[in-house]
Structure formats: C-alpha cells, structure tokens
Design a binder for this molecule. Structure first.
Ligand code: HXC
Length: 258
C-alpha cells in the first residue's frame, strides 16, 4: 500500500527507507510514524531483505515529533494513547539490522529515532540535539536513556538540559555516531555497510545484533552467558559450516541465510 510520508526502495538485499515530509523537515507526525512502522513490518517479513538503511533528506533526518500535533494534547491524551510507544519504537524492535543515515537535523524525536537504530552513520552536515527542554517537555522516546548509554552522563546531561545541538564530529567523538562521512557520500557509505551486513549469514547477524543489545539490559555475567549460548547456537546454522569451509577453501561463502 502507498505511503505519503515514507519512500521505500530496494537495492539488492538492502531496504532503503526514506522519511519524506520535506515541508516540515520530516517532523514525525502520527501518520508518518504509522507508515514507518508498517514499512518496517513489511521489511521484517520479507525474506529477501537482509538489512535496512533509514534516512531522511539532506536537510533533515527528522526535526522531531510534530510540535503542531503535540501542542493541544493533555496528560490523558498522551497517557491513554501511550504516546509514542505504539508506532515509533518499531525501529527499536526490528530484528534485522537497521542503520540510520543522518544528514542535517536529527533533533528531539529525530535523534531518538536515529538512536533506536543499530548504529548511526552521520554526514558531515548532521546536527544532533535534544531540544525538548526548550519547549517545556523532555525527551520521551528514549533520548535520556539511549544518549546516557551511548555518550555517558556528562554529554547526556549537557544535551538534555541545555538543548544544545552538536555537530557530526562531536557526535562521533562521544559515541553517538559510529562514523562521519562526506555529506555527498552518505547514502553510498550506508548502503555499502548494509549490503555487507546483508551478505553475511542472516542467523549469525541476528544473533550478533541481539547479543550486543543484551549488553544494555543485563549484568555482564548474564550478557556473557547469553553471548556464549548464541555462539553455540550459531554452530547449528548452515552459515557456520559454509562460512568456515569457504575460508578454508579460500573462496567466497555462499550463504543460504538459514
Ligand atoms: C512540526 C516542524 C518541526 C517540528 C520543523 N517544522 N520542525 N513542524 N514539528 N518538530 C516545520 C516548521 O514549522 C516549518 O514549517 C518548516 O518545518 C521548516 O522549518 P523552519 O523552522 O522554517 O526551518 P529552519 O529555520 O531551517 O529551522 C530548522 C530547525 C527548526 C532548527 C530544525 O525547524 C526547529 O527548531 N524545529 C523544531 C526542533 C525541535 O524542537 N524538535 C523537538 C520536538 S519535541 P512552516 O509551515 O512554518 O514552513 C520532540 C519530542 C519527542 O521531538 C519525544 C517523543 C514523544
């Protein structure tokens, strides 16, 4: 079905999902987030898709939740609809890898959406911030938690309490962005990374992603135990025997993704 504010295309095994609401700098209105969630559902269900690149425009990844939609809401409105968990968090629950390719503004909910992805590749033009404090609220889609975990308390407090925007290089320095690339090669870099990931044995990729995510949810001993069990489980996949045989034969592996 057609989306108004999302464009989805395929490049081989990579699904490229583009936020496309240019008149509002990709502000995450209710319709956009519902469409995004539906598109990600479809990618998750599609066996031929191995990884996702989530991006916006050159000017804005997303300038945040839609302030026009939020302004009239009261407590009961946001509480009863559980604003925003329903649709936005699909990016965070996706089992397939998802890379945020960020150019321009990633503010408020836009930064939070980027942080829900597995990692962020930032164009030199990228600007990250949590400006919610300046409009009378606070981050509500994981900003205080994910920023504190990736960048640490000092930077999280600085950004969340002052609303200060940081550039791509600072984002990389503090552990928010994985890489910074020239703005005009952002999509090439992100698509290349996603293509590489999609080419690996899919069960191993999903186990690796799940294992890294465990690091944020459990004590070290539990996380290590989880990783070990996943590692053992990988030996039940076709990818393990094929990947190791291909290495020994000095040839490229041909994965069935089973
Ligand atoms: C609704 C938005 C918007 C937003 C921009 N627009 N951001 N509309 N919600 N978050 C609209 C503007 O109203 C304007 O529409 C058009 O996009 C272009 O924006 P301008 O402000 O004219 O562009 P510019 O001068 O280049 O400034 C860019 C900007 C600024 C610095 C990014 O737009 C800005 O500060 N935006 C708000 C950023 C923000 O506070 N985000 C956090 C939101 S709270 P018109 O019709 O006037 O042309 C949040 C909470 C999430 O995200 C918590 C989870 C629930």
């Amino acid at each position: 079905e057609d989306s108004t504010f999302i464009q989805a295309e395929r490049q081989g095994p990579v699904a490229i999902v583009r936020l496309d609401r240019p008149k509002a700098l990709n502000a995450l209105c209710d319709q956009l987030t519902r469409e995004l969630s539906a598109v990600l559902d479809a990618v998750e269900a599609d066996d031929s898709a191995g990884a996702v690149v989530l991006t916006g425009s050159e000017k804005a990844f997303a300038a945040g939740a839609d302030i026009k939609e939020m302004q009239p809401k009261g407590f009961s409105d946001v509480f009863l609809e559980d604003f925003i968990t329903s649709s936005w968090e699909r990016a965070a629950t996706l089992r397939k890898p998802i890379i945020a390719a960020v150019s321009g503004y990633a503010l408020g909910g836009g930064a939070e959406l980027a942080m829900m992805c597995d990692f962020i590749i930032a164009a030199e033009s990228a600007k990250f911030g949590q400006p919610e404090i300046s409009i009378g609220v606070l981050p509500g889609a994981g900003g205080t938690q994910r920023l504190a975990r990736s960048a640490g308390k000092a930077k999280a407090m600085d950004m969340v309490l002052t609303g200060r925007t940081i550039d791509a290089w600072e984002a990389e320095r503090i552990g928010l962005a994985a890489r910074v690339v020239p703005t005009d090669s952002l999509m090439q870099a992100a698509t290349e990374a996603a293509t590489k990931i999609a080419g690996f044995s899919r069960p191993a990729v999903l186990m690796a992603k799940e294992s890294v995510n465990r690091a944020f949810e459990t004590p070290l001993a539990e996380g290590l135990r989880f990783e070990r069990r996943m590692f053992h489980a990988a030996f039940a996949t076709e990818g393990q025997s094929e990947g190791m045989a291909a290495f020994l034969d000095k040839r490229d592996a041909e994965y069935t993704h089973r």
